[in-house]
Design a protein around this ligand. Sequence first.
Ligand code: PA5
Length: 446
Amino acid sequence: MANIKINVDRVYSFVGQEKIDSLQQEVSLSYNELINKAGKGNDFLGWLGLAGETLNSPLVKNITEEAQKISAQSEAVVVIGIGGSYLGARAIIDSLNDHFTHYQKGKPEIIYAGQHISEEYLYDLLHLLDHKDYSIIVISKSGTTTEPALAFRLLKKHIEQKYGKENARKRIVAITDQSKGALKKLADKEGYPTFTIPDDVGGRFSVLTPVGLLPIAVAGFDITKLLEGAASMKTELFKSPSLAENPACLYAAVRNALYRNGKPVELLVNFQPKLFYITEWWKQLFGESEGKGHKGIFPAGANFSTDLHSMGQYIQDGLRVLFETMLLVEKPGRTLEVPLEQDDADGLNYLAGKRIHEVNNMAAAGTAIAHNDGGVPVISISLPELNEFNIGELIYFFEFACGISGYMLEVNPFDQPGVEAYKNNMFALLGKAGYEDKQKELLKKM
Ligand code: PA5
């Protein structure tokens, strides 16, 4: 039995159970396409068996050793990457880390770069790194993405000036394609230690490759447990496509049923600030996988109860196009009770002695009922607690569900042709060679 549980009771007043059950055949077809690698994009299904394969390979040991080496020499490690080469590591590290120190005792702080092109951010980062001992992990599957390449050019210069070229080489690790791309060429030329991203794993499905595993290990978390969680979820999900037994198939079926019944927007919500980047990772996973051919469920996110005081009004009472998926954590990692106050000036004594978590739970329950009553179907997905194993389960659960759901939408969930459009325009506008005609065309639109 998986640790992660799904509950769809608050969906049935919008799409009945019979309607959802009637999707069983369609789900089974998608499931078979996925696990037999017979559907669209089947050359990008390396992630399906990756966790178990990695556990049985020397990779975990190699990554752990490299992580120890980097940790020992660094107060901070800058992880450079964007999209699938960034969000997974950040999602897992943030969900396990201390909220305020942002690092584990004796481990380096992880800092991110290359996930946008902000001059101010990069300037401030270089200034910060003047005063810290640091190393760099640069990640790009293609090895040609502009944002991380630009950040790496600046940081490479900085780290070489700070430590000297020879010593700087010992502080840089590259994670990229086995043979192609500018980063691979550069890593070979400079002699950086390198880890490979398998050809058959796309960016947004790559968190359990060195792309996520190395930064997560450097931050001090147990990558074996993470992989075990994912492998255990795989065993669970490979047993049967039955909606009664397979939580990922049920999730895929329910979201498609809602989509077909006038709910094209899914809001993933949490009640724990540590899950902010899990939502960001999930948004990429589903958005980039499903938003094709002018269709797809729009993945959005909100952080409760914070956003109940900003987005709450719209969710409760705006256009009825939303359904909500609540990501809940049953047991917090810390204990804190509401104290008793003699004069009860703030009127909170009715909560005295209760755990803060209990108050949060009631906020979640109250929100689910209110949103349901207001016309928002609510799915809940709960984890017993935040640890490496459960996060591994969650990652695999969402990846698997995404594959099934994408096939139900009749798209290729494993490509991302639309991402190229802005890049081509940017290259043309910046005057890159080969884009001259495009530049003329775009200048007319400026
Ligand atoms: O999922 C994807 O394919 C994208 O989000 C990529 O991960 C992202 O564009 C970064 O690409 P790369 O790793 O090639 O630099």
